[in-house]
Write a new protein. Structure first.
Length: 186
């Protein structure tokens, strides 16, 4: 390995490094990577996400179920005003598909996005309150989405007879028997 040189091509000239310089170069790169990782980790821990704010709103509602949405709004504003704004890359709240349709539990996210873009905590909190309100009120008015009495997800409802007629006409009997067996197994 004596006399071994490592070449790094730069945009304008070739840079030749001796083995000792190579080790220094890699150590410097490793230190820079570690510093960058720590910087990102510190920034991410200081910066609340939209999910964090939403979870905090849920926690406030659990501790004071008789409180109003204005109380939750005031508490959130007092806790988060002055902090770093959430990143738009993490513009999401926990999924509640089993309770509320997606278009309802995500209803406040456009308002949250506008608040982040305008750097306005009032808009961010208003968007969180809109989604919180939808998640709390939809089950009271329409029942939970995973309620077995809600049979709206049954796609065969009302078309079973027509489907049997068409399948019986166009599908061979042995293929039909195989399909029925696979449905019974699955």
């Amino acid at each position: 390995m004596k006399g071994y040189r490592l070449r790094y091509q730069t945009s304008r000239r070739k840079l030749e490094l001796k083995p000792t310089d190579r080790l220094k170069f890699h150590a410097t790169c490793a230190n820079l990577v570690l510093q960058l990782r720590d910087l990102i980790a510190n920034r991410m821990t200081d910066q609340a996400t939209v999910s964090d704010i939403f979870r905090r709103a849920l926690e406030i509602r659990r501790t004071n179920p008789n409180g109003t949405y204005n109380d939750v709004k005031a508490t959130l504003l007092s806790e988060f005003s002055g902090d770093a704004f959430p990143a738009t890359a993490q513009l999401t709240i926990p999924e509640y598909d089993n309770i509320v349709p997606e278009e309802d539990w995500t209803a406040g996210l456009p308002v949250v996005l506008r608040g982040i873009q305008n750097e306005d905590w009032k808009d961010i909190v208003q968007g969180i309150i809109i989604s919180l309100e939808q998640i709390e009120n939809y089950p009271k008015q329409s029942g939970r989405e995973d309620d077995p009495t809600k049979d709206w997800r049954n796609r065969n409802k009302g078309i079973e007879e027509a489907e049997e007629k068409v399948l019986g006409k166009w599908m061979p009997e042995e293929l039909m028997a195989m399909a029925k067996r696979s449905i019974k197994k699955g």
